[in-house]
Design a protein around this ligand. Structure first.
Ligand SMILES: [Zn+2]
Length: 176
């Protein structure tokens, strides 16, 4: 009886431990996306935030609905789950590196920073944040001219990256 009790206790202990230690995060990011993860870490560091990212998979997922460019599986940075960013290989979502950066930063905003979608506008009508859904051209260089807007939007990048890491970033001069 005592032996069996010991056995049961030991089993409970092992199971309990394995529940706590069972989650082993994986880092697996294809080379074409790696530089953007690196840029995210570097941009965070410039603003005084340290991120060690060892829990992240970025992969193409042909099963994503056609209207998604990318998708994060969690909006909770602290959850003990494998973080996965899925990228849609079936549609052409980005025209240049800046737009791909916006996509990766937006998805990392969800799973690394825990930020949700935000459709707030700045006084000039531009989105307040790159956490807006469905807009990858916030700070894109010139793709094609649109009347009334400077064609090259890349001067807005520093604001949008500031805002990504600090939602309380003041309205920039160009948006007043
Ligand atoms: Zn999103």
């Amino acid at each position: 009886m005592f032996k069996r009790f010991l056995f049961v206790s030991a089993l409970a202990l092992i199971t309990g431990c394995s529940k706590q230690k069972g989650f082993v995060p994986v880092y697996d990011v294809p080379v074409e996306f790696q530089r953007f993860v690196r840029a995210f870490i570097d941009e965070a560091a410039k603003r005084g935030h340290t991120y060690i990212i060892n829990n992240l998979i970025i992969k193409y997922d042909p099963a994503l609905p056609y209207y998604f460019c990318g998708k994060s599986n969690t909006y909770d940075p602290e959850a003990p789950v494998q973080k996965v960013i899925s990228i849609n290989p079936n549609i052409k979502c980005w025209n240049n590196d800046q737009e791909l950066e916006t996509l990766i930063f937006h998805e990392m905003g969800h799973c690394i920073l825990g930020r949700l979608h935000d459709s707030t506008r700045l006084p000039n009508g531009n989105p307040k944040t790159l956490m807006i859904a469905n807009n990858l051209s916030l700070y894109s260089p010139c793709v094609y001219p649109i009347d009334g807007e400077p064609c090259d939007q890349s001067f807005k990048r520093s604001y949008y990256i500031d805002e990504l890491f600090d939602a309380g970033t003041p309205v920039p001069e160009w948006a007043k």
